[in-house]
Design a protein. Sequence first.
Length: 159
Amino acid sequence: MIKVGDAIPNVPVTAATPDGPEPTTTDAIFKGHKVVLFAVPGAFTPTCSARHLPGFIEHADALRAKGVETIACIAVNDPFVMGAWAKDQGTEGKILMLADGSGAFARAMGLELDLVERGLGMRSQRYALVAEDGIVTFLGVEEGSAFEASRAETVLAAL
């Protein structure tokens, strides 16, 4: 599993934009920038939609005031699902929505979550991180069904 001081692995991901999917890489997002990234097990899921994503939308200005250039949300979903979720949650101009459709980024981070037995396939664990120039400076990974380490308020307090 990735840890504080490690470099974010360079993996292709897809940004869900109002104009449709745009291929990019994690290097393009993280290198030379201060970024907050939070990962969710899935778009439109209860905790993700009711608490996790809304918290980062609510605190986007406060995070930017701490020098964060990009706030990104990533899930093992396709870019069309991420785009629909972005529209539903009103993320435009606040949160960069990233699709990790095949889970390559979750695997590269060592933060995959096996939900095959529950019919949900391989997903990402719930976590949040801060990276400066591609190096992790804060990492909060949730244990089980907890929701504390990856909250927007926790990230904000760590900055």
